[in-house]
Design a protein around this ligand. Structure first.
Ligand code: HEM
Ligand SMILES: *[C@@H]1O[C@H](CO)[C@@H](O)[C@H](O)[C@H]1NC(C)=O
Length: 336
């Protein structure tokens, strides 16, 4: 009798414990749902309705003073997203922050983001993240140079860590296509995304030091990279003379470095790619077809611009912090 009573008692108790466990996990789930959220188009519609116009007019102003702002901002967004996600970590100025890494050499345009942030802070203090400003500005950079536009989902929160040690995720022009694919895949981006996003090199410039080895000492025997078109190697040698400064900047899309178009891919198909990594996406079987399509060599209508818009939306969502994660920085170059 006592045994049966005990047994019922412990069964009831067990049931209660089980219910508590269920409630506990439900609560945890609820809290984590509160902590994270999806990005959404028009996130600042109520809290700071002029956000997108303010970023746009800031970009327009800086761009009309210096066309080089557009490629600079586009590259900045990419380097932000590939390290700790699109969280503004690339913008931090400190002795060991991301921007001090050799992988980030040559980044510029920081002052444009700071300017947009100042303007936004005066109307809506503490509302708009630096990561969102950068994502919006990158979209504007592409449309200002004649490329496509797209809706930028917002609601990113700023990160509180920026370390040069994290920047090894970034691709380099010396990486093989296999390594580049790996680095993109690790961020949820496909081989096609790799090709599409490399098309960003339709605008902007690279330093001669990243190109000269292809012209003068490719395998250490004083030879030329055989994948460079011979005529183009002569042109590059004039732009980057053997004894010239490695710091000289040359266009990556010869012919139209300030216009966002698909001639970059046409150049690559001709052997006129400037960076070794740009040229190598033509050799690899998993990337070659995309290069040819975007160059206009296939039957299909040239789909580069719409693919680029899609891929940028994908890139802009890499490992984003939302909801109650991260924070909203007061000054984009300084952690709160
Ligand atoms: C596929 C791997 C990539 C590699 C290896 C690579 C490498 C480089 C290098 C070496 C430069 C020249 C930097 C300098 O000399 O200062 C450069 C410039 C640039 N990159 Fe990339 N990049 C890659 C992908 C991307 C992506 C995905 C984007 C954006 C969506 C991008 C946007 C740019 C832009 C716009 C510039 C010109 C910057 C300027 O003129 O200020 N790149 N990239
Ligand atoms: C070419 O590269 C080799 C091997 O890295 C090096 O020993 C040689 O000094 C280089 N030559 C020139 C002209 O830079």
């Amino acid at each position: 009798m006592i045994n049966i009573a005990l047994c019922i008692y412990s069964a009831v108790k067990l049931k209660l414990i089980m219910q508590k466990i269920v409630i506990f996990f439900t609560l945890i789930q609820t809290f984590s749902v509160l902590g994270t959220a999806d990005l959404e188009v028009g996130f600042y519609q109520d809290s700071c309705p002029n956000t997108e116009q303010i970023v746009r007019s800031t970009m327009e102003q800086h761009y009309s003073a210096d066309l080089k702002i557009a490629p600079a901002i586009l590259r900045l967004h990419f380097h932000d997203c590939f390290v700790r996600g699109c969280d503004g970590s690339v913008l931090i100025s400190s002795s060991s922050s991301e921007k001090t890494s050799p992988f980030n050499a040559g980044l510029s345009g920081f002052e444009v983001i700071d300017d947009a942030k100042n303007r936004l802070e005066s109307g809506c203090p503490g509302i708009v993240s630096c990561a969102d400003i950068l994502a919006l500005a990158a979209r504007d950079a592409v449309s200002l140079t004649g490329g496509p536009s797209w809706e930028v989902a917002t609601g990113r929160r700023d990160g509180s860590v920026s370390s040069a040690l994290d920047t090894f995720n970034l691709p380099t022009p010396f990486d093989s296509v296999a390594v580049l694919k790996q680095k993109f895949l690790a961020k949820g981006l496909s081989a096609q995304d790799l090709v599409t996003l490399t098309g960003a090199h339709t605008i902007g410039r690279a330093e001669c030091r990243l190109v000269s080895y292809r012209l003068y000492n490719y395998t250490g025997k004083g030879d030329v990279d055989p994948s460079i078109n011979t005529n183009f190697a002569n042109i590059l040698s004039m732009q980057c003379p053997r004894k010239g400064s490695g710091r000289n900047l040359i266009p990556m899309d010869t012919g139209s470095p300030d216009v966002f178009d698909s001639t970059f891919f046409f150049n690559v198909v001709q052997g006129n790619g400037v960076l070794e990594s740009d040229q190598k996406i033509l050799d690899d079987m998993s990337t070659r077809a995309y290069v040819r399509t975007y160059a206009g060599f296939d039957q299909a209508a040239n789909s580069f611009e719409s693919a680029f818009a899609d891929a940028m939306q994908k890139m802009g969502g890499i490992e984003v912090k939302t909801g109650s994660e991260g924070n909203i920085r007061k000054v984009c170059s300084v952690l709160n």
